[in-house]
Design a protein around this ligand. Structure first.
Ligand SMILES: Nc1ncnc2c1ncn2[C@@H]1O[C@H](COP(=O)(O)OP(=O)(O)O)[C@@H](O)[C@H]1O
Ligand SMILES: [Mg+2]
Length: 298
């Protein structure tokens, strides 16, 4: 069928995630097409990580569906990985006491065809598969620039290199779509720049990328398209230029209310309640209180 070549790698339709009374993600639609780098931005708590968790089967969305290349995915992490979506985590999740190479090999295992018995008996099929996995893992370490540290324990790597290793581990499952959750958090400007190049290289090798990041320069340099989440809702989606110059995006980040803002009513209620609670303190007293707290906090 010709449609499969043009169909999006990712189609999220009406994805909603509720935790009790809190709607963390509300009816979000998003597509990622082959060859694209798409950014997902929004203030802290906007629901970005929760949305990733819905895409990867870590959470079962309250409503909506997620499809990979036109096929709806079951909400089970290993099946999602097997289908072709890999991810990294906002909080690094490596096996600290495994070597760099072993961590990548773990990521590889969904793609090895050798079964359990073959692995336990360590037969010739297993040894061949193991050798092939090692070769592929070393290629990936070469690609991200960590080949010379293949036998180091991952916990001994500097933070920036741990982030890169997470990317290599994700790539080991040969994904068609890679989800990156704040890949440059804690990186210095040089490392951030290198990560930018790395993401371009990943895309050029045929893996589409959906990336969450707070570093706006990184996002706007990198992405073909950017979607903005605010209080769980997609506020706007467009090219970097369009999103960058949209005043609602600026307002969402600065916390300035704007007409029709998601959650505006709730925010107004909270504000009113807070105003009520502080009556009795003069502005002067309130000011001194703030200063004292700031000094205590140091
Ligand atoms: N497992 C959970 N249980 C309850 N609430 C959650 C859970 N995960 C996230 N949330 C809430 O959902 C909202 C969105 O969080 P998150 O997706 O982490 O935001 P972001 O990644 O955009 O900073 C927050 O209010 C957060 O407290
Ligand atoms: Mg997050």
């Amino acid at each position: 069928m010709t449609t499969t070549t043009t169909s999006p790698v990712l189609t999220a339709t009406g994805v909603t995630m509720r935790f009790g009374g809190l709607t963390a993600v509300r009816s979000v639609n998003l597509e990622v097409h082959p060859g694209e780098i798409v950014g997902l931005i929004g203030p802290n708590g906007a629901g970005k990580t929760t949305f990733f968790n819905c895409l990867t089967g870590l959470y079962v969305p309250t409503e909506g569906s997620v499809a990979y290349r036109g096929t709806v995915l079951p909400p089970k992490p290993h099946l999602v990985t097997q289908a072709g979506i890999a991810r990294t985590f906002q909080n690094i999740r490596l096996f600290a006491n495994m070597t760099v190479l072993e961590n990548v090999l773990v990521g590889r295992h969904t793609r090895t065809k050798e079964g359990l018995w073959s692995a336990l008996l360590r037969g010739p099929g297993f040894k061949r598969a193991e050798a092939a996995s090692k070769t592929r893992a070393m290629e990936l370490l070469e690609f991200i620039g960590l080949a010379d540290k293949a036998d180091h324990l991952s916990r001994n790597l500097p933070y920036g290199e741990q982030r890169k290793l997470e990317i290599a581990r994700a790539l080991a499952s040969d994904p068609g779509l890679l989800l990156l959750d704040e890949p440059t958090a804690g990186m210095n400007p040089q490392e951030t720049r290198a990560t930018e190049e790395l993401v371009f290289a990943i895309r050029d090798l045929g893996t589409a990328v959906l990336v969450i990041e707070h570093d706006m320069r990184f996002i706007f340099n990198l992405c073909d398209r950017v979607a903005v989440l605010v209080q769980g809702e997609k506020l706007i989606e467009g090219t970097s230029d369009v999103v960058q110059s949209d005043e609602r995006v600026v307002a969402a980040y600065l916390g300035t209310p704007f007409e029709g803002a998601p959650g505006a009513e709730e925010a107004a209620e909270v504000e009113a309640a807070e105003a009520g609670a502080t009556t009795g303190a003069t502005p002067d007293e309130a000011q001194r209180g703030t200063t004292a707290r700031t000094e205590d906090g140091q």
